[in-house]
Write a protein that binds this ligand. Structure first.
Ligand code: 0O3
Ligand code: SF4
Length: 320
């Protein structure tokens, strides 16, 4: 329900809501893994890293008994531990097994697929050029699937230009799942131009949810004076949505929730776009629209650019 507003005499604020937006199948699955683990084992259940990059998701799970830590050595013996949706280096499950910990892997199956491709390319004797963002947990997890020195990170076209492999080197490329579709296409084209023999996945490994959310923003942004992206500052896929809107020539802001909105942002704004990253709950979208309705009458329009039906299976241990 939109909150009542004082009649400002202004025409209603047009709110264009992107679809798809918000939770993807990998995030749904990861959250369900923690919830089911809490039901099955009882609290506390430890989670290594934020299960997904969203404070509200994390806080809700904390309230149910989840405990979030960054490293396995912070997990006491004898308690179950869940690995986050972003994936972990091979050393992490190995250490858990060593310690006899019960662990559940909430790595998104689409991230795991990239892990398996990395192993396969190394087995085939190729060096991997990995396109991703330095320091991101997914990148750390994927690098940790192969021996040190087996992979080189590139983030930009300048990084590609600086690679010093011989032109005939046996190379493969792989990508993080939450990158900018357009930037990655340019980086892949540059890699193929420099190393024509490089092999890679048919489509880059940017996942369906990332691509769909970026396409949905491209649909609304040109019609908006401002786009609000709901997501956390450490959420790669959410940050990419801000960039996509800006590249359409529209001002865009990353917000974590309704209370982050400054009413001054609405000055001169007739149409505002709203979307949410893959880790942002739909309740926050409602909260944002309701907050806008505190200052102006709003007319909501949802613009659908794709239907999503993806569902991922839960780990065997959690299925009765
Ligand atoms: O990878 P990213 O920072 O976008 O992660 P989020 O915000 O938690 O979103 C879910 C995506 C994911 C787990 C990895 O693909
Ligand atoms: Fe999986 Fe894509 Fe969601 Fe990441 S954004 S969790 S890869 S579906």
């Amino acid at each position: 329900m939109n909150a009542p507003f004082q009649n400002s005499g202004k025409p209603p604020l047009q709110v264009l809501i992107a679809a798809p937006r918000g939770f993807c199948a990998g995030v749904d699955r990861a959250i369900e893994i923690v919830e089911r683990a809490l039901e099955r084992y009882g609290a506390p259940v430890y989670v290594r890293h934020e299960i997904v990059h969203n404070r509200y998701v994390v806080d809700e799970l904390k309230a149910k008994g989840a405990v979030f830590v960054e490293e396995l050595d912070q997990v006491p013996d004898g308690v179950p531990v869940v690995f986050s949706a972003h994936g972990v280096p091979k050393s992490v499950p190995a250490e858990a097994e060593n310690r006899g910990l019960d662990y559940l892997d909430a790595t998104c199956p689409l991230v795991s697929k990239v892990h398996r491709q990395a192993e396969r390319q190394i087995e085939a004797g190729r060096h991997i050029v990995f396109i991703g963002h330095k320091g991101h947990p997914e990148v750390i997890g994927t690098f940790g699937q192969v021996s040190e020195g087996g992979m080189t990170l590139v983030e930009t076209l300048a990084d590609v230009a600086a690679l010093d492999f011989p032109a005939d080197a046996r190379l493969a490329f792989l990508t993080q799942t939450t990158l900018s579709v357009d930037d990655t296409a340019a980086i892949v084209a540059a890699l193929r131009a420099r190393f024509p023999q490089i092999v890679g996945p048919k489509a880059e490994d940017i996942c369906y949810a990332t691509s769909n959310r970026q396409a949905a923003v491209k649909r609304i942004a040109p019609e908006c004076d401002l786009v609000l992206v709901i997501g956390a500052p450490n959420s790669s896929n959410s940050l990419r949505l801000v960039e996509v809107a800006e590249r359409c020539g529209t001002e865009a802001r990353l917000i974590q929730r309704g209370s982050d909105i400054d009413p001054a942002w609405l000055d001169g704004v007739g149409t505002i776009g709203v979307t949410a990253g893959a880790s942002a709950p739909e309740a926050l979208v409602r909260e944002v629209v309701d907050r806008l309705a505190e200052w102006r009458a709003v007319e909501e329009h949802t613009l659908v650019t794709a239907e999503e039906k993806m569902i991922f299976k839960l780990p065997r241990q959690l299925v009765d």
